[in-house]
Design a protein around this ligand. Structure first.
Ligand code: CO
Ligand code: CO
Length: 336
């Protein structure tokens, strides 16, 4: 699968982690507020995407995500960047329709590598029936790539983080561990079969999961990305005013992830997440590093009634339960 390699200068190794959530929270809290009745979801609630109503039947879902290479193969990097950017539209219950690419590229770098990145992204967007309308590029010594994606959703039917209800079951649609495994890759200690499994997970669109979910009574929905499972569960818990119980024994990890935690393959992003989220967590577990691991193109975290969860799991054989929703307890998160 590695016909084309990114050159030494641009290969996986940049820092793909988000800005520290502590800094982001502080800065955003000081921003001016907009009052507009068509803003159905704004930046204040840390949701997956913004939602703007343009008619009584249609609202726009808008999101943007870009990062440094997480893998060495440029085509694969482009495709992962697309799957990752699309995910926040699915995580609002929306359908992606169009995308704009965002590119930072070294002036003296091989253009055939760039072509591979763009091709990987374009073919992934095609798989999602999402068109590319254009984009913007700048010269930068460090490669960065991603998309701004626009989707559509009915103004009454989008799925915010808020909305989880007591006694709901929490379902996750992808295994955890892409951050640990890509960090191990950068450290040169990851096994090929573990890298391939992580890549195939990151390449998988959340489209099928979102479509399977559509017929059920989903109360709360988000995707697990840069803030890790606990970071995104925290947002859902706080937005819903309840406690999310995570049963660590039920959380499935990508093969190799536990070994690389033991080997210390922890990213700066993981440490930032722990720093920010751990004060919201009661309880602990073995290998809890993985629960803070930043995910690239991670799965959907779905809060829905028990009977619906059972039927959804029949339709999505790779998905699994990770916990349940309780009345607000001591902290927003309870890890068992
Ligand atoms: Co998201
Ligand atoms: Co995002």
């Amino acid at each position: 699968m590695t016909a084309h390699k990114l050159t030494a200068k641009v290969r996986a190794g940049g820092c793909a982690s988000k800005l520290s959530p502590k800094i982001l929270d502080r800065v955003l809290s000081g921003m001016p507020r907009f009052s507009n009745e068509n803003v159905l979801v704004g930046f204040e609630t840390s949701d997956d995407a913004g939602i703007y109503r343009i008619s009584k039947d249609i609202a726009l879902v808008q999101t943007v995500d870009f990062f440094t290479p997480v893998v060495d193969d440029p085509y694969t990097f482009g495709a992962i960047a697309a799957a990752n950017a699309l995910s926040d539209v699915y995580a609002m219950g929306g359908k992606p329709i169009s995308a704009l690419s965002i590119l930072a590229w070294p002036a003296d770098e091989d253009a055939s590598i760039l072509e591979q990145i763009l091709r990987g992204g374009a073919e992934k967007l095609k798989e999602a029936d999402c068109v590319i309308l254009g984009g913007h590029s700048v010269n930068d010594p460090e490669v960065k790539f991603g998309y701004a994606v626009t989707g559509l959703v009915h103004p009454d039917k989008f799925k915010p983080n808020a909305g989880a209800r007591v006694d709901d079951v929490l379902v996750l649609t992808k295994k955890i561990g892409t951050g640990i495994i890509t960090t191990a890759l950068k450290q040169g200690i990851a096994k090929l079969e573990h890298i391939d499994a992580a890549i195939s997970s990151m390449l998988t669109l959340n489209r099928a999961a979102a479509e399977a979910m559509a017929e059920f009574d989903v109360h709360g929905l988000t995707d697990v990305t840069g803030f890790g499972l606990l970071g995104h569960a925290r947002e859902m818990a706080i937005a819903s005013g309840l406690t999310l119980e995570i049963n660590s024994a039920d959380v499935q990890f990508l093969e190799g992830a536990v070994d690389y935690v033991r080997a210390g393959a922890l990213s700066g992003g993981l440490r930032n997440n722990r720093d920010f989220v751990s004060s919201c967590v009661e309880g602990t577990c073995q290998f809890d590093d993985l629960l803070y691991d930043p995910q690239t193109s991670g799965g959907l975290l779905i809060s829905l009634p028990e009977t619906d969860a059972a039927r959804l799991l029949e339709k999505l054989p790779h998905a699994f339960r990770v916990g349940c929703v309780r009345e607000r307890g001591v902290k927003p998160l309870l890890v068992l």
